[in-house]
Ligand binder design. Structure first.
Ligand code: AR6
Length: 173
């Protein structure tokens, strides 16, 4: 399903052959559960080696920011590790931090001359961000960032759960 250069698909992000898939990482960059576990599992140890090197050089990745590594064995040559906020009720700048995670991922992709990027629904799993609130922030931030990064040709939102898939389809139809 397409709207402008945005599309939504239902499924597993580790299978997508785009220039970069985005990981919903944490500040420590040393892996975890959810999509992070799936990406490291499917991509193999080269991704963790690259994350450790970044951690050693810059001490992790603050919330709202993103770093880029190889995609290892994945079909996508790059992984952009973005750190979304933990939902704490909405009074701790969660909305802005979530928007930053999307914007900084697009910016990083553009800096690396990548053209196609796929996002999971950052923060809406283990981090507990309300899905309905997150969908509008995600689409708004990506549209805004794409306007400043004309080299990005297509962004795919990859929804793993039915609820997110329904919400994204509704917003992008
Ligand atoms: N492909 C696409 N989306 C997926 C996949 C997959 N293979 N697996 C899960 N999702 P989460 P967060 C969806 O929990 O909330 C980790 O431990 C899932 O349905 O992966 O940002 C990290 O290390 C949900 O919609 O990430 C952090 O510590 C979305 O991905 C923490 O979890 C995000 O869920 C980050 O929590």
């Amino acid at each position: 399903m397409t709207g402008e250069h945005l599309q939504v698909v239902h499924g597993d992000i580790t299978r997508l052959a785009v220039d970069a898939i985005v990981n919903a990482a944490n500040s420590g960059l040393l892996g975890g559960g959810g999509v992070d576990g799936a990406i490291h599992g499917a991509g193999g140890p080269a991704i963790m080696t690259a994350c450790r090197a970044i951690r050693d050089a810059q001490g992790g990745c603050p919330t709202g920011e993103a770093v880029i590594t190889t995609g290892g064995l994945l079909p996508a040559p790059y992984v952009i590790h973005a750190v979304g906020p933990v939902w704490r009720g909405g009074g701790e700048d969660e909305d802005a931090l979530l928007a930053n995670a999307y914007r900084n991922s697009i910016r990083l992709a553009a800096e690396h001359k990548l053209r196609t990027v796929a996002f999971p629904n950052i923060s809406t799993g283990i981090y507990g961000f309300p899905r309905e609130r997150a969908v509008d922030i995600a689409i708004g931030a990506v549209r805004e960032a794409m306007a400043k990064a004309p080299s990005i040709e297509q962004v795919t939102f990859v929804c793993f759960d039915d609820e997110n898939y329904r919400l994204y389809r509704q917003r992008l139809s």
